[in-house]
Design a protein around this ligand. Structure first.
Ligand code: HEM
Ligand SMILES: *[C@@H]1O[C@H](CO)[C@@H](O)[C@H](O)[C@H]1NC(C)=O
Ligand SMILES: *[C@@H]1O[C@H](CO)[C@@H](O)[C@H](O)[C@H]1NC(C)=O
Length: 456
């Protein structure tokens, strides 16, 4: 049946392309079209939206489920800069409801208070701390029975320790598995509830997890505030946050750093590894790059790793972990020829923008070294971390963490397919606007013959 639907859909698409677009209109699939989409893609809303992005290409936007999806780069840019962030109503049950993630109002003081810590140079000053955490993880890998590693689990723990050490100057001991409750409550909320729908937001399991997560964050914050600042250079993030917005908001924003700072990078590394296991020759090329540059990288974390960085950029193009960003208009506004009335939910559809055949050559293919040749990518809208005043505050942290983790891992280990290795498929957490692989990534590893890495 989905084959028939596929054929029908391509016929409809072909006919539709002959009709010139009506200026200023926001097209929307009708009932019959929606039925066809469901026959073809089932419940997979991301695939439907991807199809609609190609279908309505000449409009640059469309409406679906009462939200407006924008993928034309000019319209998207206008939406990002003209409209305010506003996702609070998606976050109804989420622990992130009261953080500046969703809010358009609370952000300025809080963002200002913490901005300096997230700057590229401040993050790079802390690279050695990050390298230490990555090396801790690699040490644990060597102890795994049968050399089978659950990289999803380990990168989540790694990302938690990095957020703790680099941002909060706190020890979470995630890699030492002393943060079982923190990890399991986060996993219940973000994976099992929001992404996989295995747990309902109204259930006891969910509220238990939320309470646990709240209690731990509270404890950690209290502990952190009690530490004397004199021992540290400058003011610590927790103190700045607390002074800027008070205890309760500081606690909520700590939750935001814990969740946004761990989930995203922790999902990206397993995706990268999954592709490198699928394409071993690319893995070898990146390993050679790591072997050549590891000493330079340890000495200076800003050392470029052209191939590794290209692969990372390509992974975040093809599988943007944050597949869309949301904005809202609170009063009527015009984007291009289109007038939006009050209170439209606007989605800048990164996933569609990054995967559209109208913008990219071989759009749905993994082309690892695409980003080595800037003439092939310039001019295309590429927004894995968003853009504008609400651009991802953690982007420099994420980028450094990803570059270092991939280089260190490949320098020390070879990754291979194991019996337990799953296919790469994604589930969407619509409330927090992130995608995760639907299964934990498990690989077989073997150590390389390279000399041990010496950290300064
Ligand atoms: C691969 C990793 C990551 C990706 C792809 C990513 C992507 C994004 C995107 C697309 C946004 C929304 C931007 C917008 O609305 O215009 C965002 C916001 C945010 N991200 Fe990230 N992120 C990543 C890692 C991190 C890390 C490591 C942190 C560390 C704490 C972080 C903290 C945040 C915060 C706090 C916001 C909200 C900013 C605001 O609303 O003003 N992210 N991120
Ligand atoms: C991977 O680790 C997580 C976290 O400890 C665990 O819940 C999961 O069952 C593991 N996955 C597999 C397939 O072993
Ligand atoms: C980059 O891509 C362009 C266009 O495809 C091509 O003409 C050029 O030779 C490429 N440059 C390199 C260094 O590969």
């Amino acid at each position: 049946m989905d084959n028939v639907a596929a054929v029908l859909l391509s016929i409809v698409k072909w006919i539709f392309q002959l009709i010139p677009p009506t200026k200023g209109r926001i097209p929307e699939p009708g009932t019959l079209f929606q039925k066809l989409l469901s026959l073809r893609f089932g419940e997979d809303k991301l695939k439907k939206l991807e199809f609609l992005t190609e279908f309505y290409f000449h409009y640059g936007l469309f409406k679906f489920d009462s939200k407006i999806y924008i993928f034309n780069s000019k319209l998207a840019q206008q939406a990002i800069y003209k409209l305010e962030k506003g996702a609070e109503h998606y976050l109804e049950n989420s622990p992130l409801k009261n953080t500046f993630l969703g809010s358009s109002q609370k952000s300025p003081e809080t963002r200002r208070a913490i901005a300096s810590l997230f700057r590229k140079t401040s993050i790079e000053e802390r690279a050695v701390i990050m390298m230490g955490d990555i090396q801790e993880m690699c040490k644990k890998f060597r102890g795994e029975p049968n050399s089978i590693v659950n990289i999803t689990e380990w990168t989540l723990r790694l990302a938690l320790d990095i957020v703790g050490h680099v941002l909060l100057e706190l020890d979470f001991h995630g890699l030492d598995k002393q943060q079982e409750t923190m990890i399991s409550s986060m996993t219940t909320i973000l994976h099992r509830c929001y992404a996989l729908n295995e747990v309902q937001p109204g259930s006891k399991e969910f509220s238990d997890a939320s309470e646990q997560f709240d209690a731990i964050t509270q404890r950690v914050l209290e502990e952190a505030l009690s530490i004397d600042d004199v021992a540290f250079k400058g003011k610590r993030l927790v103190k700045s946050l607390h002074d800027a917005c008070g205890f309760s908001e500081a606690k909520d924003n700590m939750k935001l750093f814990l969740m946004a700072g761990t989930e995203t990078t922790a999902s990206t590394i397993p995706v990268v590894m999954s592709l490198l296991v699928k394409y071993p020759e690319i893995q070898n090329e990146l390993r050679q790059e790591a072997e050549t540059l590891i000493n330079a990288l340890v000495a200076d974390p800003t050392t470029r790793l052209p191939k590794t960085e290209s692969v990372l950029s390509e992974v975040l193009r093809l599988y943007p972990i944050a597949p869309f960003i949301s904005r809202q208009n609170y009063e009527p506004v015009t984007l291009g020829d289109v007038n939006l009335d009050q209170h439209a939910d606007v989605i800048i559809f990164t996933w569609g923008i990054h995967r559209s055949s109208h913008f990219w050559d071989r759009a749905r293919e993994f082309v690892p070294f695409r980003f080595l040749n800037s003439s092939k990518t310039s001019g295309n809208m590429y927004i894995p971390f968003g853009a504008g005043s609400r651009v991802c505050i953690g982007q420099h942290l994420a980028w450094l963490e990803l570059r270092l983790a991939i280089a260190f891992l490949l320098y020390q280990f070879k990754f291979e397919h194991a019996q337990e290795t799953p296919e790469l498929n994604f589930v969407v957490d619509w409330a927090h606007a992130v995608v995760h692989p639907d299964k934990d990534m498990i690989f077989k590893i073997s150590p390389t013959q390279n000399n041990p890495i010496k950290l300064p």
